[in-house]
Write a protein that binds this ligand. Sequence first.
Ligand code: MN
Length: 233
Amino acid sequence: MKRRNFIALVGTSIAAAPVWANVYNIQNPIQKAIESTFPELPYAYNALEPTIDAKTMEIHYSKHHKAYHTNFLAALKDSPAAELDLKSLFAEISKYSPAIRNNGGGYYNHSLFWENMSPAKTNPSVVLKGVIEKSFGSVDKFKEEFANAAKKQFGSGWAWLIAGKDGQVFVSSTSNQDNPLMDVVEKKGTPLLCLDVWEHAYYLKYQNRRAEYVDNFWNVVNWDTVNKRYENR
Ligand code: MN
């Protein structure tokens, strides 16, 4: 079974593919884009085992991500932010409430995260590989730098591979649910790959061993998604 039935979990109709795509249509006013749907997980809860266990995926997706979605919509109610697209909102997120910043980031970051993982074996495209080699020296060096960012992020947050305006790529980490599209972060750009290092993302299986979770992440990276994000940046 490739996809699960999420009706019972999220209380909405199953999202067809175009609806999931809407999450990334950051031209849409946010509220219209997300109010009636919750993105479908692109694989079954157990699809990423043994790297990420089914129970963690189930709780992470159906409870944590769902809560960000619900709370983001609540925070958008009666806010002028509801009329913006996500990219414009994040670009001036410092003007808005912590509830919009934290839940908007949580909603968006997890949507990116699910899609940049896959049980299938994939590889960086020739183009992206070249860019990574130019920026980091080698793919292995990139992985080392990304993993270090993930391991060293103090407390909850995310590690990122980001494309800058010049097409170069770099690594960063952000706290809580901040992301590289937000005006509040130091390193800004287009997110290509992200890794959730909140304890809720790994604690059931890895307990305090974040480093092991980070090192295993490479087994489930969906490079096809990362390649497309680089092409479409
Ligand atoms: Mn999370």
